[in-house]
Structure formats: C-alpha cells, structure tokens
Design a protein around this ligand. Structure first.
Ligand SMILES: Nc1ncnc2c1ncn2[C@@H]1O[C@H](COP(=O)(O)OP(=O)(O)OP(=O)(O)O)[C@@H](O)[C@H]1O
Ligand SMILES: [Mg+2]
Length: 457
C-alpha cells in the first residue's frame, strides 16, 4: 500500500486552525500535533489522545480490524456497510465526482479526506491545507436560499430511502459533499430557521449565522421501524422530565416520510463547533481491546471516571451518578441501545461533562432490538466466582451501584425518582399514533417488568 498523508483542522476556537498531520502506512496511522496548535491550549483529537499527553511526540496508532485511524478520526467515517445510508450517499457523491470505488481502505480514506469535515463534533479532515483553507472560506449556501419544501420534493425522499435509484443524483446535487454522521438510521445534517422547523431546510451552517440552527434529520424507514420518530420524541420527553439536558426537536413529515429533526448541540449559538467525543472513541483510544461499542462494561466506564491520571469529566461523582441514572432510565423506557456510541462527552468553557441526551429511543419495542446485551453492567448474565447461577438483573444493578461507590439508600432514592418520572409510561405509549399495537404491547410489558424488578430492590 502507498503511504498517505492528510491534515486535521478545527474551528473550535471560532477560527479555523490546523491541528496536525496524519500519515497512514500499511501498518499504522501516525498523527503529530502542529507546534503552533499546541501553543493555543485547545482540546485536540480526543480526551485520551490529547495535546497534553502527546505534545510534540508522534502518536503511533497500529492499525486494527476496526480502527485504521485513531478512534476520534475513525468516528468520521460511516461503518463499512454498503447498506449504511450515509456511506451510500457519500460513495455516490465520490463516484459522481469521478472518484471510483476501490478497496475498502481506499474508500474509507477517500471518505475521510474528501467528506470528513463539517460533520458532528470538532474535527475536520482534508487532503491538504489548501483544500482546508478553500473549504473554510466558502460559505455553504447563501442561507437566505433555504430550500423550500417544494424544492425538496423535487426529488423523492421515499426513493432516496431505497438508496439505489437514479434520483439519488438530485439529492447529491442538493447536498454536495455532504458531511457525514455515523449510526444505523438514515439521517441528514441540515440547517433550519432558528425559530424552529417550518419545512424549509439548507445545508449545515458554516459561519456564525444566528438566524439558522443545525439539526440532524433522522428519517424513518417505516417498513422496518414504524413509529420510530415518535418513539424517539417520547424518549427525549421522558429524559427531559427526569432532569436531563435534551435538545429541541420537531416531528416532521414530507411526502409520506416521517422524520424527526433534532437540534444539534455540537455547535454553540454562533454555530461554532464544540468539542465532542463518544465514550467509545475515548475508551478505544486507551485500550486496543475495545473494538466494538459494547466491549467495555458500565463498571469499567465508571472506573474510567475515577481514574486519577485522566479527567474525563470534571465532576467525577456527578459523572458516575449520570451514568447510573441514564442506565436505570433506559431500563424503564425500554431502551436497550445505550451503548458507548450513544454517550458522549463535551468540553464547554474549559469544563468537560456529558453531552445532552441523544438517541434515547425505546428500541426494545421492536423485537429484534429487545435485548440489553450492548450495555453490559454488574456482570449481568455472567457466571462469577462463588455462584452457580449467572448474575441476575437485580444483583447486577446492586453490583454496578456498588462498583460506582454509591450506597444502597441512594440507589433506592434514585429508582423511586425514576419510577415517578415514568409513572405514565404505559398511557403515553398507548397514545402514540403510529407505533403498531404489537410493538406498543411489547414495550408496555418490558416497562412493567423493569418497573417490578426495580421496585423489588
Ligand atoms: N442533537 C445532536 N447534536 C450533536 N450530535 C448528535 C446529536 N444527535 C446525535 N448526534 C451524534 O450523531 C451520532 C448519530 O446519531 P444517533 O445516535 O441519534 O443515530 P443512530 O443512527 O440512531 O445511531 P445508532 O446506530 O446508535 O442507532 C451520535 O452518535 C452522536 O455522535
Ligand atoms: Mg446512536
């Protein structure tokens, strides 16, 4: 394989600055912070792969099956699955620009260097400094030309969801080199009027423009997941009621496609990117054994918050309490998908904390997602020394609580608080418009079971 070179920039300070250089060879990816970047004392690639820890020395990343690049950079590339909507969109864009498909690695490299900017978080990757400077100095679209709903209907979003139709070309014309976002659900990064969704959209903001706000538009594939967007709305409402920070959202519909537009919190009020990194990226940066987003247990995450050598979240006790509360609320709301990519840390005004809540979808409503195995905690389901039976749910909750250093009474207090937050859960599920009866019943059963199990503690 030919050695390759790319550059990493960021707009985290408000101005575009170069962060460093990336070199990738057959065996490893190497990253070096720019000397001038180091003088700015800004956050770098990630909390573990930070400028404080690496300084001027080269960060050497041995390539693995799942990480060709250091995890914060790997996060900019959608999973190598041709059925992934974001990936398909970018690959089509590249093809339309004359860049043919190559080996899986070549495709990833092209995605990283040609579309790895303007997406979620604070990192922008480019093939050269010239490209970076040119990109930062071009406004995305004059924002007054937010495309009207009618223009959006110029191509069929329904067809877009089938992914393999001629009309994708129209979408590509509209989207341009679209910034990308990971995950399983088809989604687009767009901007809408700051006052809220009114059916007009534009490309993501690039320069501070207080009239517009950035959103993630998550599209519902109603054959596989009917009612998904209203379920996400319910999840967000319940997390808000429990006292978590949640983004504004709007349920929307065009041409028969249901969707939810969620305001992005990785941009501040002036549209300047905020440092944001998932727990997956953070933990995988420090431990080569972590290859999947469920490879670390909640107990391990809790221990990371207590690690004296690295500060992930400034208020360590609050971080552990947040983690416990998120896990308990996910049980009660039928969300079995609270894995390490659905938890992120942000740095604002020099302090690090959990980001607002995202993706709190009660996915267990759909039978194929009715499980808890991407969120291992308290050795649930495992055999441990001194016991003939695997650890049951109740014991696992107690073990995890103890591992975090909290006492029994505070756990019971927290559980009671969350039981109250979700006391109208069944009613709210029954009131949903589009979730099929069968899924409603599933979800209600799951909630009741969890409620009983937690009440019995
Ligand atoms: N409101 C938001 N503001 C900023 N970043 C966000 C927001 N919502 C989601 N993200 C980021 O985008 C990524 C994908 O979003 P999300 O998790 O909602 O989608 P998903 O496709 O449902 O993921 P999954 O594969 O877990 O089902 C998240 O991992 C997170 O990094
Ligand atoms: Mg997610």
């Amino acid at each position: 394989m030919r050695d390759r070179h790319a550059v990493v920039w960021t707009r985290i300070s408000g101005e575009p600055v170069k962060m460093g250089e990336l070199y990738t060879t057959e065996l490893e990816s190497r990253f070096v912070y720019d000397e001038s970047f180091l003088t700015l004392s800004l956050p770098g690639l990630g909390l573990v792969l930070s400028p404080e820890i690496f300084g001027l020395s080269t960060l050497k990343w041995t390539r693995t099956e799942h990480f060709d690049f250091p995890p914060p950079l790997q996060s900019l590339i959608p999973p190598a699955d041709e059925h992934n909507f974001q990936r398909h969109l970018i690959m089509n864009y590249l093809q339309a620009s004359g860049i043919n498909r190559g080996t899986p690695f070549e495709n990833d490299w092209n995605i990283l260097t040609l579309s790895g900017h303007g997406g979620i978080g604070h990192l922008d990757t480019f093939s050269s400094d010239e490209k970076a400077i040119a990109w930062y100095s071009t406004p995305a679209l004059p924002q007054k030309e937010l495309l009207s709903r009618d223009t959006m209907l110029g191509f069929s979003l329904r067809n877009m969801l089938t992914w393999f139709d001629d009309e994708t070309g129209h979408l590509l014309e509209f989207m341009g080199p679209t910034p990308s976002v990971g995950g399983a659900v088809p989604k687009l990064l767009l901007s809408i009027p700051k006052s809220g969704w009114n059916g007009t959209v534009g490309l993501p903001t690039r320069f501070g423009n207080t009239q517009y706000t950035d959103v993630i538009l998550k599209l519902e594939k109603d054959t596989a997941y009917p009612g998904l967007s209203e379920l996400e709305a319910l999840g967000l409402d319940l997390h808000k009621k429990a006292g978590f920070n949640t983004p504004r959202y709007w349920l929307a519909q065009f041409n028969g496609i249901h969707a939810i537009a969620i305001e992005r919190f990785d941009r501040d009020a002036r549209c300047i990117p905020v440092f944001q990194e998932s727990l997956f990226s953070i933990l995988a940066s420090g431990n080569k054994g972590i290859q999947h987003h469920y490879d670390a247990s909640y107990d391990q995450i809790g221990r990371m918050f207590d690690n004296p050598r690295i500060t992930l979240i400034n208020d360590r006790k609050a971080a552990k309490r947040h983690l416990l509360k998120r896990l308990l609320l996910s049980f009660l709301t039928g969300n079995g998908d609270l894995h390490m990519e659905n938890l992120s840390i942000q740095i604002r005004h020099g302090l690090s904390d959990f980001s607002p809540v995202y993706d709190p979808v009660p996915m267990r409503a759909y039978s194929r997602h009715n499980m808890l195995n991407v969120m291992p905690f308290g050795d649930y389901g495992d055999y441990i020394e001194g016991r003939d039976e695997p650890v049951d749910f109740t014991l696992a909750v107690l073990r995890f609580n103890q591992a975090l250093g909290f006492n029994y009474n505070s756990l019971i207090e927290l559980i009671n608080e969350l039981l109250e937050v979700t006391d109208d859960f069944c009613e709210r599920v029954n009131q949903l418009n589009r979730l099929p009866e069968e899924n409603k019943n599933n979800l209600i059963q799951i909630h009741k079971k969890m409620r009983n199990a937690l009440s019995d503690l």
